[in-house]
Design a protein around this ligand. Structure first.
Ligand code: GAL
Ligand code: ZN
Length: 659
């Protein structure tokens, strides 16, 4: 893969380090102390002005840049660069009060009140105009400011609205997608339950109705919502790009089930010249209780790299400890902050940023962790913040290198949405948790895995996994990959429907020929139940009566449906595995297909490489035993040589420039 974006933040020296900085919450004296501490920690980039609309534009037609000027000047003097936000993620009360039509309406028709943040309707013309005006004014004022490194448009786009303006925009979008009303009727299958439209005015957002909504309707609404927010982002980004050559980004969310927007469509607009992918990633222990924290970190990082098409990217937000929205506090163990941050860098981030620099004394997030906590600088958190700043300085030369991956997991946002539409044969066949489970199993084997779109170029990967690909139009890309020598692993209930969620003829639809298996019927399992295979392993959630056509049966179910459960087939220079259940023990399955590992599960090894061949091995020991790292070179973290017999101590990390 080509990596056109190898220098994503040119004006930041080396790797980026810092966080959200909200000086507007503090008196002026604290600002000087902030800059002094930033320098102590090696902070070289902070995100400013994210939630500061009320200060810049305190009333209709009133503009006041005095405070932001002072902040930008202060940063410039202190040698800290700014990731300057447009502040459009949170309109102030005067704006919402004056323009109530910009407040979002929920699916039950209730117009929501202001008082928190992100209270806007993406389809309200007044709001659309206001954000472009804001971006324009900021770009005109700060394009040449010495502190400016990059632009941060909005913040974590996710707002949906069901109002009449949304309905109008939805109809326009649908007409573009489906051509005319006949096309729409066909796509949504409106002959079902007699829902045929005879006029565009009958078409509405999927507002609450008396019965389960149509899956086609729900799916298009998802696509439309994602596209509408992308359009909103682009309106600001374009206004800035006309006035400034600095990179432009917005922070995408890769925490947990990050399925709200089609980030592969977004990727085209946040990658490429002048743009960069930035993501926010938080650990949610209670959501992923069987996935250990370092594997969650790796997932967030690998997902981010996927959105950047393999190019370097930037971790825009993470936390030193807890996130306020978790509903409970958790403290990271000593050293976790260092290991987690290093893992993001190992996996392609050009630095590590946090939410936030200094803990707020008030507001909803007053108990959110930060780089400077309420506990002050005589603390574990601060000492590790300073230590990591030192590491990043010593790692400056890895900037611009890319990650070497052996495997890929296929991720299709539309497919995940479609699999979650109502009326599925099993409510438990979720896409993301299954993708995360496979990713974690590969992580424990020490396999660096990319998360990529099924339509992208897959050549070069030894293994490609499709744990759940419910929507698939055609097998062409996967077939080409296998024929040229790849190993493809396909999970059950894949290839089933087309992009309109119409069931393909003959199960499993688009994949039937490629995998060489015919499915007679689905036999989902009750929640928590398992099914036994004759090789002694088990499956859960799902089984199907599956018969080989050109594949060979490797293992069968011992009980009903008593058919093949694991299938294998050679094709061209490659091979395909098909699973008609979700294996309980993925580690054993991976070993069986050739992915055995001789390093401990808790040892993380990732390689970054420059185009000129300079190679770095990141080694992180999350475990309790000293482990040998058989490499030869220089450990950049300590500046000392590394030899083949050296051991990495429990909790320790090394970044070895390979000799
Ligand atoms: C992010 C958001 C930040 C802050 C943070 C707390 O989702 O962008 O503004 O709220 O969460 O974890
Ligand atoms: Zn609206």
């Amino acid at each position: 893969m080509a990596h056109p974006n190898s220098d994503i933040i040119p004006t930041v020296d080396g790797l980026a380090y810092g966080g959200d900085y909200n000086p507007e919450q503090w008196p002026r004296e604290v600002w000087d102390e902030d800059v002094r501490l930033m320098r102590e920690a090696g902070v070289n980039l902070v995100s400013v002005n994210i939630f500061a609309w009320a200060g810049i534009n305190p009333g209709p037609g009133v503009w006041d840049f005095e405070r932001l000027d002072a902040i930008m000047d202060l940063l410039a003097e202190g040698g800290v660069k700014a990731d300057l936000a447009t502040s459009t993620a949170s309109p102030p009360p005067w704006f919402s009060q004056r323009h109530p039509e910009t407040l979002p309406v929920d699916a039950e028709g209730r117009r929501l009140n202001y008082g928190a943040r992100a209270e806007y309707c993406p389809h309200a013309p007044v709001f659309q105009a206001a954000v472009v005006e804001m971006a324009t004014r900021l770009a005109e004022r700060y394009a040449d400011h010495p502190a400016l490194a990059m632009w941060h448009v909005g913040n974590e786009y996710y707002r949906w609205c069901y109002c009449d303006a949304a309905a109008d925009a939805f109809r326009v979008w649908l007409e573009e997608r489906h051509g005319d009303l006949d096309g729409l009727n066909r796509a949504w299958g409106t002959t079902f339950w007699s829902q045929t439209f005879t006029d565009w005015s009958q078409v509405l957002p999927p507002r609450i109705s008396a019965e389960t909504p149509s899956p086609g309707h729900v799916l298009d609404w998802q696509r439309f919502g994602s596209d509408a927010l992308l359009k909103l982002f682009r309106s600001e980004a374009d206004a800035i790009a006309r006035r400034s050559g600095k990179p432009i980004t917005t922070n995408l969310m890769v925490t947990g089930n990050f399925s709200r927007l089609d980030y592969h469509r977004w990727g085209e607009h946040v990658t490429g010249p002048g743009r960069l992918v930035a993501t926010d990633h938080y650990l949610i222990p209670e959501h992923d209780d069987d996935i250990e924290a370092p594997a969650q970190v790796a997932f967030g990082a690998d997902a981010s790299r996927g959105l950047a098409g393999g190019s370097p990217w930037l971790l825009m937000e993470q936390s030193t400890n807890s996130s306020a929205w978790r509903g409970g506090y958790f403290a990271k163990q000593p050293g976790d902050q260092l290991r987690h941050s290093l893992s993001y860098v190992a996996r392609g981030s050009e630095g590590a940023m946090y939410f936030q620099w200094r803990a707020s004394r008030y507001g909803t997030e007053r108990w959110h962790s930060s780089m400077i906590t309420h506990g002050g600088t005589d603390s574990k958190v601060w000492r590790e913040v300073v230590e990591f700043g030192g590491w990043l300085k010593r790692l400056a030369e890895v900037k611009g290198s890319t990650v070497v991956s052996r495997a890929a997991i296929l991720l299709d946002f539309e497919s995940a949405w479609a699999a979650a539409t109502p009326g599925q044969p099993s409510a438990d066949m979720a896409t993301y948790p299954e993708i995360r489970r496979w990713h974690a199993a590969l992580w424990r084997k020490g396999v660096t895995t990319d998360l990529v779109n099924p339509e992208w170029d897959l050549n070069g990967y030894e293994y490609v996994f499709a744990p759940h690909l419910y929507v698939l139009e055609s097998d062409a890309n996967l077939r080409a990959y296998v024929e040229s020598g790849g190993t493809l692993v396909v999970g059950p209930y894949s290839g089933i429907v087309d992009r309109d969620d119409h069931v393909h003829e003959g199960l499993p639809g688009a994949l039937r020929d490629l995998i060489g298996v015919r499915v007679e019927e689905f036999c989902p399992l009750p929640k928590g139940a398992t099914i036994t295979l004759d090789d002694g392993t088990e499956g859960h959630t799902w089984s199907e009566a599956a018969h080989p056509t050109t594949a060979e049966v490797v293992a069968s179910f011992t009980d009903y449906p008593a058919t093949g459960a694991i299938f294998h087939r050679h094709l061209g220079k490659g091979q395909i595995w098909y699973l008609s259940t979700r294996p309980t023990d993925l580690a054993t399955f991976l070993t069986n297909i050739g992915l055995q590992s001789d390093t401990p599960e808790t040892l993380e090894l990732v390689t970054r490489r420059h185009e000129d061949g300079r190679t770095y091995l990141f080694a992180i020991n999350h475990g309790q035993t000293p482990t040998p790292i058989p490499a030869e070179g220089q450990n950049l973290l300590t500046g000392t040589p590394w030899t083949r017999t050296d051991h990495l101590q429990p909790g320790a990390s090394a970044v070895i420039r390979i000799a």
